[in-house]
Write a protein that binds this ligand. Structure first.
Ligand code: 6LW
Length: 491
């Protein structure tokens, strides 16, 4: 089939993949959002359907104090002998842990903690041994890719931690994954930082403890020299083999807007790049070490894309997420309507305001929804973090209703436009395009134009951090808001 990149659009960074029972499973980072670690299934590596999350209970992950872009960092998923494992870091408590399940559609276990620091933990199951690998500091205080053997039933270290590779010299050596391939070991990592200089590098050894020899043409994959090309920041990935023997890297990247001083606001997305192993055991990736927009591969199928996301065709437990740990009594969610009960927590707080969101999955399209409320404020937010968000809302001040467009850009908190309306309900609409969002409100059949706001100010380059724009429904100020006919349609 011919497929287009990205294969999963929107903020789903740090993908990790494993094959099991004729299917593929992928997990991504989730930071302060809950449930944590989105879980996807695929039969062809190109079409991915989210089937749930790995971290669904507060007892598995504490996010109460997680700042934006804190919380859960890059996870790894592995399958061994009938059991799936997901290992990750909760950076807000500074600990690495794994959970497991024998039923990929069911609940995962309580966490097992590993007494080894660093981020981006990974596991290798190898001939009865289990190795835990992260980017961190070993027992002697050396920094690099660090490895120890663990007892998978308890998480206890069975060996000291040792630094096994220092990378190819790029900054921010991270994302290590170890593979046993053809009786040798391949250690793949990312370097360069998760920005425009990001890259994938690797090394080989006959032994799991090294010595590792770096690939002479490292980085094996990077778009850092493709000035002006839309796909940038490719790196942090995981190797996977298809049944026909072909290999791929599933990895992150982002789509830049503009050419000079570019930016991106959808966060880091998931890309698929073919890999070719030579007879000498070294591999190359993509088009001369870069990731392209489109590939033709030997896997059968057609790339399908879901263009419309609404209350009927999404599942609150699968597609939507909350900020930190939600007060569940404030949400009444069904395929017909979402009823949200607002509290004194607002979108500007590092807390859990009443907020439920989908990722913005593509650049151009339309968001629509009808809303009614009793008091306070409720609406649709384009949410990057608590400092950067655009809110199209209805609110009630002194018994009078108005529709407002509120722009929050760092220290600037501004009501861009307000329109008095006669009723306690209205239709909100946002047109999304590469450079601007355009906001409208319809009341009593009359459509009001509330103006535009630039996508740039919600970008990672402005807001900083590791996340991407979410489309959130929210309520605040001790009220009740009813959302119906919600849809996001992408062009
Ligand atoms: C992740 C690290 C990275 O843990 O960004 O792109 C960090 N790479 O590997 C957060 O996503």
């Amino acid at each position: 089939m011919i497929y287009k990149n990205p294969v999963v659009k929107g903020f789903y960074p740090d993908p990790s993949v494993c094959a099991a029972n004729g299917r593929y499973y992928m997990v991504c980072s989730s930071f302060q959002f809950f449930p944590g670690v989105p879980l996807f299934e695929s039969t062809d590596l190109v079409n991915w359907k989210q089937i749930g999350h790995c971290l669904t209970r507060r007892s598995q992950v504490e996010l109460g104090n997680a700042v934006s872009s804190g919380g859960v960092y890059a996870p790894t998923i592995r399958y061994n002998n009938g059991t799936f494992y997901m290992v990750t870091t909760n950076t807000s408590v500074g600990r690495n842990f794994y959970i497991s399940t024998t039923d990929i559609c069911g609940e995962w276990s309580e966490p097992v903690f590993v007494d080894q620091g660093g981020i981006d933990p990974s596991l290798l199951f190898d001939d009865g041994h289990v190795y835990f690998i992260s980017n961190g500091t070993d027992d002697e205080g050396n920094e690099g890719i660090t490895q120890c053997e663990i007892d998978i039933s308890t998480g206890k270290k069975l060996s000291p931690s040792r630094t096994i590779w220092k990378g190819s010299g790029g900054r921010y050596l991270e994302s290590p994954h170890m593979y046993r391939i053809n009786d040798g070991y391949i250690l793949m990592a990312a370097e360069g930082g998760t920005e425009y200089g990001h890259m994938i590098t690797y090394a080989r050894s006959a032994s799991v403890w090294g010595e590792f020899e770096g690939y002479k043409n490292n980085p094996v994959l990077t778009n850092r020299n493709l000035g002006g090309f839309e796909i940038q920041g490719v790196g942090h990935g995981d190797l996977v083999q298809a049944p026909d023997g072909n290999w791929f890297i599933l990895h992150l990247g982002f789509r830049q807007i503009d050419r000079w001083m570019p930016y991106h606001h959808l966060g880091r997305e998931v890309f698929l790049t073919p890999v070719h192993f030579g007879n000498d055991g070294w591999f190359t990736a993509g088009d001369n070490g870069t990731t392209a927009h489109e590939y033709e591969i030997g896997i059968e199928g057609v790339q399908n894309e879901k263009k419309v996301w609404d209350l009927k065709n999404t599942d609150p437990a699968v597609d939507w997420c909350f900020m930190r740990h939600p007060e569940t009594e404030n949400y009444e969610l069904s395929g017909e309507r979402f009823i949200l009960h607002g509290t004194d927590k607002t979108l500007d707080d590092i807390a859990s305001p009443t907020f439920i969101a989908l990722r913005q999955k593509d650049l151009c399209g339309t968001i629509k929804c009808s809303i009614s409320l009793d008091r306070g404020e409720a609406g649709v937010t384009l949410f990057m973090d608590e400092q950067q968000h655009y809110d199209l809302a209805l609110r009630c001040e002194n018994g009078r209703f108005e529709a407002v467009l509120k722009l929050n850009i760092g220290d600037i908190k501004h009501v861009q436009k307000s329109v008095p309306i006669q009723d306690n309900n209205a239709v909100l609409e946002i047109e999304m395009s590469n450079f601007v969002y355009h906001f409208y409100v319809t009341s009593r059949g009359k459509k009001y134009d509330l103006g535009t706001a630039q996508t740039k100010y919600l970008s990672s380059e402005v807001a900083s951090g590791f996340t991407g724009v979410m489309i959130g429904l929210y309520a605040q100020q001790e009220n009740t808001a009813v959302f119906t006919d919600f849809s996001v349609s992408y062009d």
